[in-house]
Design a protein around this ligand. Sequence first.
Ligand code: DGJ
Length: 355
Amino acid sequence: MNSNCKCHRREPVSVVRLRKSGALRAVSYMALLIGLLVISGGELLAASGVIRPGDPWLDNRGQRIQAHGGGITVWKGRYYWFGEDRSQSNNPDKRYVACYSSRDLVHWKFRGQVFVLSDPEHLGPHWVLERPKVYASSRTGRFVMYAHLDDVHYKVARVMIAVSDRIVGPYSYVKSFRPLDEESRDIGQFVDDDGSAYLIFESRPTKGFFIAQLTGDFMNLKKTCFIPAPLEGGALVHMGGLYYVVGSHMTGWRPNPNVYATAPALTGPWTEFKNLAPPEADNYDSQSTMLLKVAGSKTTTVIFMSDIWHSRELWDSRYLWMPLEISNGLMQLPQPQPWSLNVKTGDSLVRVEAK
Ligand code: DGJ
């Protein structure tokens, strides 16, 4: 820089050039600044974006996000949130899965009702499709959706699979079955750090739930572990060398104290279950659906994703997402507060707001 200046001083012509280039430089800096603002829009939004547990969460159209009992799939730098779409305008004979995409986990773009299904197995009136989860298979290049399929009495107890060549669908129904030949109701999704994919499913007759690894093409399952605890809303995360499993007790749509256990491997041995929050809080009226690990450049945040069900008006059910407090094998769900997240650094900031 300095040597350049000396050179310019020696030749008067270059003074003009220097002035010109100074003006040019100012314009370039402005352009660069504007460019940076545009490029970093996501991060700026992330810095200003606040997650408000329990509040209506709106998508890019200003409509309520319909992704209940949902799960998140990470694909090519974006997050995709799939879940039950309970919109009031839906055809009551069909079941709908909606998809939303985001780069910051705060602002969500509606990508459509990616799976619309008519009763596929003669399940009858008020048949059930719940807790859809999508796995991205890098081996087959396909996206494989699992969901709980049932009749009105929850007696069929199967999982269904639908597939698509695009993450945003449309998805086509393939089959339903009882995983490992066991009854299966609530399902949960887990992808480990090495990319291996698992389904967690609750199986009432066995009084516990299974962790089962998806086979290579993701179209089947093999047993990894059975945990003898009758829990639903199962979710898993691998953090600091430990696996944490979370679940809720079985009280229908009503909330209850969710619990967790840990193990050094998915195959166990699992510790006793402990409360995730003070039991009188009934998990702050919510039920677990997924544990999402956001590993950033500075730190890692694990998000507890849960549903605040409004059983009479399921479309109005809310979401409770909070960063979990995890250390030395202990996991705590803090009192819900508005909070913000930077997915690049992994930092989360809980704001204690005056009432
Ligand atoms: C609890 C489950 O977690 C929900 O997904 C749903 O199946 C309700 N039970 C139905 O009562």
